[in-house]
Write a protein that binds this ligand. Structure first.
Ligand SMILES: NC(=O)c1ccc[n+]([C@@H]2O[C@H](COP(=O)([O-])OP(=O)(O)OC[C@H]3O[C@@H](n4cnc5c(N)ncnc54)[C@H](OP(=O)(O)O)[C@@H]3O)[C@@H](O)[C@H]2O)c1
Length: 324
């Protein structure tokens, strides 16, 4: 099978296509034919060895996929060959086949294509819990989404709009803001040109109720300064590369609530809450919610797809299709 291998840490250009033996399923494991693999921001960090967890080389890149079960190992009871599934794995998804524990798989919600199924899991679960579980978003809230045209960002705009939030989408260009308006944002801020804090204040009057921040850097403090009293700021990631340092006097004066969110640790500590979120997302999917997929690339184009994301040129999600 073909696989996108990281043999030495580096940028996307360091990845290589290799032919590897097909995987086999050990006890409790499942081999899946990968029919779509989503490109996620951490995939590039893992390849560059800049992620929180280091993966020894060589390894196959990619962490999120959808496909069809090819074979199962002993003791597997929840899936059988021919089932269509989505799954997450730290590495290994940018390949024609992947072997994962049975517990890494979930059925594809009704009505989703393979491409959409691969694209929605990480970003939509992240967005839902950042907004609802951690951000405690309520109908009518002013919700500011930073990096709103990216994967997590578009999912936040989409979900917050569907749940009755008034979304202010913040992105680096007017064109990227326009995409977010098409997904439901009622206001937009091109934060490279406009003053984020002043614009949030002038749009909302009293300030933002919820801020979702997958970007970090200097935008974080500006956004916190523009929250209403008791507003919630949710730290989701640092796509900007700079971890913000917030003066605590602002937090005190604004009565602001700063909370961090990571999907992995929520799943470890509150699997019940994660299950409720999955059910809520599936309800929204049944009502027509779909991820915004702006590009589908062949497996060999994984380096180009990762570079697009790192260069802030991707809109929503990019997906690889190893079947072409
Ligand atoms: N906490 C969790 O559980 C969780 C889950 C998934 C992802 N994340 C994290 O959330 C962040 C966003 O992930 P994503 O999948 O939405 O990525 P993405 O699709 O690449 O979106 C990130 C957005 O950040 C903005 N950005 C600002 N400065 C940037 C820079 N220097 N380089 C790249 N992008 C920059 C870009 O929008 P503009 O150009 O418009 O500013 C881009 O659209 C990442 O840090 C990721 O690790 C966290």
């Amino acid at each position: 099978m073909r696989a996108i291998r990281c043999e030495a840490y580096g940028g996307p250009e360091s990845l290589t296509v290799r032919d590897l033996p097909d995987p086999t399923a050990g006890p409790g494991q499942v081999v899946v034919r990968v029919e779509a693999a989503a490109v996620n921001y951490p995939d590039g960090l893992v390849v560059a060895n800049r992620y929180q967890v280091s993966v020894p080389t060589p390894f196959t890149a990619g962490s999120e996929f959808a496909g069809t079960v090819l074979s199962v190992g002993t003791g597997v009871h929840t899936v059988t060959p021919g089932d269509t599934v989505t799954g997450a794995s730290f590495t290994g998804a940018f390949a024609e086949q992947i072997v994962v524990p049975e517990t890494a798989l979930a059925p594809i919600p009704d009505g989703l294509s393979m491409i959409d199924a691969a694209a929605f899991g990480v970003t939509y679960r992240t967005a839902y819990h950042a907004l609802v579980t951690i951000g405690e978003m309520r109908t009518g809230d002013w919700v500011v989404v930073l990096g709103a045209a990216g994967g997590v960002g578009t999912a936040c705009v989409d979900i917050a709009t569907r749940l009755g939030g008034r979304v202010i989408a913040a992105a680096s260009s007017e064109e990227r803001v326009e995409l977010c308006r098409s997904l439901g944002a009622v206001e937009g801020i091109a934060y490279e040109k406009e003053n984020l804090k002043e614009r949030i204040k002038s749009i909302t009057g009293s300030g933002a109720d919820v801020v979702i921040d997958p970007v970090g850097g200097a935008y974080a403090e500006q956004a916190i300064r523009a929250t209403t009293w008791g507003g919630r700021y949710v730290c989701v990631g640092f796509a900007n590369g700079e971890i913000p340092r917030i003066p605590m006097n602002i937090v005190l004066l604004k009565g602001a609530i700063l909370r961090g969110f990571e999907i992995r640790t929520l799943a470890d500590h509150r699997p019940d809450v994660v299950a409720d979120g999955t059910a809520a997302i599936e309800r929204l999917i049944s009502e027509g919610m779909r991820p915004h997929v702006s590009g589908v690339f062949a497996l060999e184009d994984a380096p180009r797809a990762l570079a697009l994301m790192q260069n802030r040129a991707a809109h929503g999600k990019i997906v690889l299709d190893p079947t072409v």
